[in-house]
Design a protein around this ligand. Structure first.
Ligand SMILES: [Zn+2]
Length: 253
């Protein structure tokens, strides 16, 4: 009963054929958590588990390339052939319910309650599902955004969400067995706040934090996966790969 992460989608900021936007499936025994619900990731989630049986959904931030398939999930659970035994906990930055309500032409998000149990994230938020502990830290993006630390027994995985380099991410990643880090920028932006990592930034974070393994993901359109992994790995100096849809990585402590 080990901790694993399965890659559902890696594209930024729009899905391509066979390449959905951000989505990952975290599993520890019977516990399953869908991390980020980017467009296209639900279809890949269904290759691996049943939507209605998820233990939780965790959303790093409310940008559409990380959340849009939550609307598809609502359609599946409210209007189609799937029924939930109990509302699925959805952890997200504040405002998710109102945004979903707006999509459905409503003001009051209470109609979602039969399907989703929406809970606000905050810095330091912690929740545990049957031995899988999830801790969220506020990170640096252009909207409220969180990184995630997942621990099961002695195995730890850290996911950056969308973020520029920041002290909070350094703390979160410290000593992680696997770091799943975004690398959206091909190069640092000139004259504007840095709200994503370059491949070199991801490698430098992995090196500072002393992680066991680095997986780069959420690569911007100007980056090729193998090239991004090579660039990140040259700075990290440790095992590095690019996230690939369908791959499952075991997280070993
Ligand atoms: Zn974003």
């Amino acid at each position: 009963m080990s901790l694993t992460i399965t890659i559902l989608g890696t594209a930024s900021p729009y899905p391509r054929p066979d390449r959905p936007c951000s989505g990952y499936l975290l599993r520890a025994g019977d516990t399953t958590v869908w991390l980020d619900a980017g467009p296209g990731s639900l279809a890949n989630l269904l290759r691996h588990t049943r939507l209605e049986r998820l233990s939780a959904i965790w959303l790093s931030h409310l940008h559409a390339d990380h959340t849009a398939d939550l609307i598809s999930a609502y359609y599946a659970l409210a209007f189609a052939d799937l029924t939930v035994p109990a509302p699925i906990p959805v952890f997200a930055p504040p405002g998710l319910g109102e945004r979903l309500a707006g999509f459905f032409g409503r003001q009051d998000p209470s109609f979602l309650a039969g399907v989703f149990d929406i809970r606000d994230l905050h810095d330091g938020h912690r929740v545990e599902f049957d031995g899988l502990a999830l801790t969220s830290r506020a990170v640096r993006h252009d909207v409220e955004a969180y990184g995630l630390h997942a621990r099961h027994r002695d195995a730890t995985l850290v996911y950056s969400g969308d973020s520029g380099p920041c002290a909070e991410l350094d703390e979160l990643a410290d000593g992680a067995d696997v770091l799943l880090c975004e690398a959206d920028y091909p190069s640092p932006p000139a004259g504007e706040p840095q709200v994503h990592h370059t491949p070199e930034d991801a490698g430098a974070l992995a090196r500072r934090a002393g992680v066991g393994r680095l997986i780069v993901t959420h690569l911007g359109p100007a980056l090729e996966p193998e090239d991004a992994a090579t660039r990140a790995g040259a700075v990290f100096g440790g095992p590095t790969c690019a996230a690939r849809e369908g791959d499952t990585h075991a997280v070993r402590g």
